[in-house]
Ligand binder design. Structure first.
Ligand code: MG
Length: 376
């Protein structure tokens, strides 16, 4: 990586790993982080975890895996343009959803409800837990032993009570300091990716229509351009041409506005970044347009009755599994120590459920609750 800005994260200013290791050869420390994430079990399971549509609804819909890859693509473009650490932005993006439950946000809400009395469940924190504790692959440490900056970037938000328990990782939430610019990029790349691919998936599913979307300024502008330039273009191509232009507009705007914000701060070090306000941002106009698109997706796609039915079913599956495992731990497919306090047992159950893919959760539910002969 050449021409890194002085305020970018680099191997020289990194706080390093929790357990010291021999430096990698032929790749950077952050490329090693990316590689460890790709080789983790939690990463492979993302393929069968819902983004908005459940896996069995169709082969073309985004899953958590393809979502994470799209986030990484967008984050890398932005990081490179701003002379920031592209490898770090990529690693954070690929890891940001590792802690996600099955069944998308419905799953997260259901598990959080189950865990209310035991400290709650938050997929963001769980992603860090996956890379710090839950992956059991290396001989000398639990987790993936990633660099501090990768872990920090994964933790988008955190309640103060939680932050206090997280040591140096939680510090910035208590002291009101910012994460690296690379972390800020991954966060907004996530938004760009899901808003745009949810438009695409929403249209493909037929739950929303182009006519409805024409009322959303960000879509309308590009849709109009495409239709003007190519009046006879088949619908699917119109959709892709529109979505790719929306992504391009958002990415270009984000790069331009962030470069202005950075220039206005006179940054010279990573520490300056941490003390400055959030600098990776859209312009006021695009921020407004992006919010309007989000609002549209909330009311027309995420609350569509067919998505709500899926969510209700998912909540029931997760609630049932949690309840039954808490009631009788002998039903768990692994042993838990007899001495485990109730809250710790709940955490073990939550870890188990959060790690499930959609179809594994469905099967596990069937194995436990269905009475048909073939369900065991
Ligand atoms: Mg995401």
């Amino acid at each position: 990586m050449t021409d890194l800005a002085s305020y970018a994260v680099s191997e020289a200013n990194s706080r390093g790993r929790r357990f010291s290791e021999v430096p990698p050869q032929g790749r950077s420390e952050f490329q090693r982080d990316r590689d460890r994430i790709i080789h983790s079990g939690a990463f492979r399971r993302l393929e069968y975890k819902t983004q908005v549509f459940v896996n069995h609804e169709g082969d073309l819909f985004r899953t958590r895996l393809t979502h994470s890859i799209e986030v990484a693509q967008i984050a890398r473009s932005i990081a490179r343009s701003l002379h920031l650490n592209e490898d770090l932005a990529e690693a954070i993006s690929l890891a940001h959803d590792l802690g996600h439950t099955p069944f998308g946000h419905a799953g997260q809400e259901a598990l959080n409800d189950c865990m209310k009395a035991y400290g709650g469940f938050e997929h963001n924190l769980q992603s860090v837990r996956v890379v710090d504790v839950l992956e059991e692959r290396y001989a000398t440490f639990d987790g993936l032993n990633l660099c501090f900056e990768t872990r920090e970037g994964m933790l988008k938000h955190c309640r103060p009570e939680q932050a206090a328990l997280l040591g140096e990782l939680g510090e910035r939430f208590l002291k009101n300091r910012r994460p690296s610019l690379e972390g800020q990029i991954a966060n907004l790349a996530d938004e760009i990716a899901y808003n745009n691919h949810d438009v695409d998936d929403g249209l493909r599913s037929g739950l929303i229509t182009l006519e409805q979307l024409a009322a959303v300024p960000l879509v309308a502008e590009h849709l109009h351009q495409v239709r003007e330039a190519y009046p006879d273009l088949p619908e699917r191509r119109v959709v892709h041409e529109t979505v790719r232009r929306m992504i391009n507009t958002l990415v270009t705007d984000l790069i331009r506005q962030s470069a202005l914000n950075i220039a206005a701060q006179n940054l010279s070090s990573l520490d300056d970044v941490r003390n400055a306000p959030a600098l990776i941002a859209f312009s006021a106009e695009l921020n407004k347009q992006q919010r309007e698109l989000k609002k549209f997706l909330h009311s027309h796609l995420y609350r569509h009755y067919r998505v709500m039915r899926m969510s209700a079913k998912a909540q029931r599956i997760i609630g049932d599994l949690f309840g039954v495992f808490m009631e009788d731990r002998r039903l768990l497919p692994f042993k838990t120590p007899d001495t485990l306090a109730e809250a710790d047992r709940a955490r073990v159950v939550a870890d188990y459920i959060a790690g499930m893919t959609d179809r594994y959760a469905i099967r596990e539910h069937k194995r436990i609750f269905a009475v048909e002969e073939d369900a065991f």
